[in-house]
Ligand binder design. Structure first.
Ligand SMILES: Nc1ncnc2c1ncn2[C@@H]1O[C@H](COP(=O)(O)OP(=O)(O)OP(=O)(O)O)[C@@H](O)[C@H]1O
Ligand SMILES: [Mg+2]
Length: 233
């Protein structure tokens, strides 16, 4: 059985009289330690799938299993626990707390976990050992995203979910962030899922899930994923 599986997952949003089917019968699997990229046009349902997988939203139909736990059957209290202990999130615009330092941002997230990693150590690991006491406004975009990744990793999650993590960054900084995510996956055996608009980075993943109109258009497997530093776009 796969580490993570989504089977026939459906998510609808009701807006008054109108119902939008954001996710329309999606099925895929993810193995432990895999680096997975989800690509597809705007409005295809990528964020919706990630939010459902991360327990931020509930699906209307289908089955979601994560490491033997049936997420699709969880009530909201169980989903809170799942989000807290099992999931690390990284967003496009970092979502750091502006009046806390880099170190405090990471410590805060680690505090709510069972077996957090030491905040300072994780920040050193992402290359921010010299910036621990800086506030977000005193850091570049790439550095802020590193803090956000450190915050997610300090939770020691089973699964790292990233929604357009390089969307607000320039080419070189974005590439450095992708390298950090790829290295984290390879070196720590972390299971990582990244949403992107950028199909050019597909060769860096073990598996690329193409989503279109709320459905899986195709899944591409890379026998030998490329290090991101070897990819140009
Ligand atoms: N909370 C919501 N309420 C109503 N409709 C929603 C909600 N969230 C998403 N949708 C709709 O569901 C569809 C899928 O949206 P989603 O955000 O998953 O797309 P996406 O693939 O992440 O797009 P983008 O690349 O622009 O981020 C869209 O039509 C969107 O308008
Ligand atoms: Mg989105």
């Amino acid at each position: 059985m796969a580490y993570i599986s989504l089977e026939h997952v459906v998510k609808r949003y009701k807006m008054g009289e109108v119902t939008i089917t954001a996710v329309d019968d999606i099925t895929f699997e993810i193995e432990k330690g895999e680096f997975v990229i989800i690509v597809g046009p705007s409005g295809a349902g990528k964020t919706t799938v990630l939010n459902i997988l991360g327990g931020m939203d509930a699906c209307d139909e289908g089955t979601i299993l994560v490491d033997g736990k049936e997420i699709s059957k969880c009530n909201s209290r169980q989903l809170t626990t799942y989000r807290r202990y099992d999931i690390g999130f990284v967003f496009q615009f970092y979502n750091l707390i502006q009046n806390l330092t880099a170190l405090e941002n990471v410590e805060l997230a680690a505090q709510i976990c069972k077996e957090p990693l030491p905040a300072e150590e994780v920040l050193r690991h992402v290359g921010l050992g010299e910036r621990l006491n800086n506030f977000p406004a005193q850091l570049s975009g790439g550095e802020q995203q590193r803090v956000a990744i450190a915050r997610a990793l300090a939770k020691n999650p089973k699964l790292l979910l990233c929604d357009e993590p390089t969307g607000a960054l320039d080419y070189i900084t974005g590439k450095a962030i992708l390298k950090l995510l790829q290295d984290t996956c390879r070196q720590q055996g972390m299971t990582v899922v990244v949403i992107t608009h950028n199909t050019a980075i597909a060769p860096m993943a073990d598996k690329v899930i193409h989503v279109k109109n709320g459905r899986v258009d195709r899944i591409v497997y890379n026998e030998s994923p490329m290090p991101v530093e070897e990819i140009e776009w």
